[in-house]
Design a protein. Structure first.
Length: 538
């Protein structure tokens, strides 16, 4: 007893002396907060309904699904510590950790019923979850989501408090990866009902089960900051290393590399080619993903470009070899809307759909264009402006396009270079005619990308309103992955043949981070940034 007292006393003396023999140094990784900027205010921190990149980043760090993805995109345990899969790959049985808890004072257990309720919410037609269709592989999911069938029919059952069984309609190759996405996160029914429709909209209406939680006081200052701290109730396979994550919201990170070097932020997405080279010259770690297609997109609700023949004439006039004679750095020519590597039913979509499907140059281009003007009863061409990013490489392509069009169509066209964020904002608000811009693939599934152009999708920057196209997407949604292939092939052809989007080149998403940080995980296809394993030294 005396010996134990002596040890405690020595520790107290060391602490008062400012020594670190009995406590972790304030400079140790466990006491560091990682700083990251979100481009926009998260629209909601409700996993079942989120559909924007900023929300996904925060949700990835405050919620945990049945499984997680590590830095190599491998499946590792989450709330489930083990699982079994039937021989026919249709039944998955998950065994949950006994110490899995919510972030409330009572340390409410995370149970199989929380996952059942989460899946049911995501597929309830009244929830209107944007990503509900990704779960159609689950037994009776379509009937519940599209026909309003009872959620009790859904193939997600709690066998007991710690055992969850999921039954599928058909085998899915990437099903485990799906279980790491926001719609599959657990939801505590009692807490959800207490929020009276405000779930996920304020710090006080969010309850977490992940490695981090929103700081109890002043944790979410809307449009300014979100501060995460370690969730002391978390008991996963590994304890998260950082003390927390400090998010700023909507700050200008144009000078991202210098902001990283001076410690203002610890990591950032790099939007411009100049930033990529600068990051490498400064010796900063970087990672890239080939996940972005760049091309010309039309606002199909614009008075001029609502006309198909005007759009066809515009694109059929393009000399592709000339306009793409010089490409931005780290980019390569892409002749199709869906990039190589986008999948359907476990197969490469490009190998199934064919290649080089872009609209080809046509000597009759001017006839198409002039006929479109005649249909619109226009004797002269209104002002036409092509928006593009204000970077040297992209402005060169836009300039080539204008020179090409002026010569082949006999009309004058304008170019308006804009900062990246302004360009995206103009296109998002439909304040444009034509834009040379990137479209990021948010998954490696063909259906996810083509679904963007559906009439009721708020990411439909072309404002395409086509019953024919919508029917193709609906047919693909209702079919099994194998049977959906033919509908998806026709959907991509529709976008090409109706001059909705003209693919030009692919480019990479780049991220850079401080040399003081290791094991920060960036997931491809804009699926989030995971701070769980990150180690930061002072």
């Amino acid at each position: 007893m005396l010996k134990k007292f002596f040890i405690v006393a020595i520790c107290i003396i060391f602490n008062f002396a400012g020594l670190s023999g009995c406590t972790k140094s304030k400079d140790s990784p466990e006491n560091q907060t990682i700083k990251y900027n979100l481009n926009n205010e998260p629209l909601t921190l409700d996993p079942q309904v989120c559909n924007d990149p900023s929300s996904k980043i925060v949700i990835m760090n405050i919620f945990e699904g049945l499984v997680r993805l590590d830095e190599n995109e491998n499946i590792v345990p989450g709330v489930a510590y083990s699982w079994e899969v039937s021989k026919d790959n249709l039944t998955y049985t998950f065994y949950l950790r006994e110490n899995a808890s919510w972030s409330d004072k009572e340390k409410t257990p995370v149970t199989a019923e929380d996952f059942v309720f989460g899946f049911r919410r995501a597929l309830d037609k009244y929830t209107q979850a944007p990503q509900a269709y990704t779960l159609y592989c689950i037994k009776n999911a379509r009937k519940v989501n599209l026909e309003g069938a009872s959620s009790s029919l859904l193939g997600v059952k709690a066998q007991d408090a710690r055992t969850l069984v999921i039954e599928l309609e058909y085998p899915v190759e990437n099903f485990f990866s799906l279980l790491a996405t926001p719609p599959t996160m657990p939801c505590n029914k009692s807490f959800f009902e207490q929020t009276n429709g405000q779930y996920g909209l304020e710090a006080s209406t969010v309850i977490c089960n992940g490695a981090f939680k929103i700081k109890p006081r002043y944790g979410w200052d809307h449009y300014n900051t979100i501060n995460l701290v370690e969730n002391e109730n978390y008991g996963g396979q590994n304890i998260p290393i950082p003390a927390g994550v400090s998010f700023t919201i909507g700050k200008d990170t144009y000078d991202a590399i210098n902001l990283i070097n001076n410690g203002t932020i610890d990591a950032a997405a790099l939007a411009l080619e100049e930033q990529i080279d600068y990051a490498k010259s400064k010796g900063l770690p970087t990672i890239s993903f080939d996940d972005t297609i760049c091309g010309l997109i039309f606002n199909t609700q614009d008075p001029l470009f609502s006309n198909l023949n005007v759009r066809l004439g515009f694109l059929k006039a393009l000399d592709r070899e000339y306009i793409l004679s010089e490409l931005p750095k780290n980019c390569k020519i892409a002749n199709d809307i869906l990039l190589d590597g986008i999948m359907v039913d476990g197969k490469n979509f490009r190998e199934l759909a064919g290649k080089d499907l872009f609209l080809k140059k046509d000597v009759e281009a001017k006839k198409y264009f002039d006929f479109g003007l005649e249909q619109l009863k226009l004797s002269i061409l209104p002002t036409v402006t092509i928006l593009c990013a204000d970077t040297q490489g992209i402005k060169k392509i836009a300039s080539n396009i204008i020179e090409n069009l002026n010569g082949d169509l006999g009309y004058y066209f304008n170019m308006e270079p804009l900062p990246e964020n302004t360009l995206k904002s103009r296109v998002k608000t439909k304040n444009y005619q034509i834009a040379l811009m990137p479209i990021l693939s948010e998954s490696n599934l063909a259906l996810d990308f083509l679904n963007i152009f559906r009439s009721d999708n708020n990411k439909n920057v072309a404002s395409l309103n086509s019953k024919d196209y919508d029917k193709l997407i609906e047919n693909a949604l209702l079919a099994t992955p194998k049977d959906s292939i033919k509908h998806l092939i026709l959907a991509e052809r529709y976008l090409n043949e109706n001059a909705i989007f003209y693919p030009m080149y692919s480019c990479k998403s780049f991220f850079a981070w401080s040399n003081k940080i290791s094991r920060l995980i960036f997931h491809r296809y804009n699926q989030g940034v995971d701070f769980y394993f990150a180690t930061k030294v002072k």
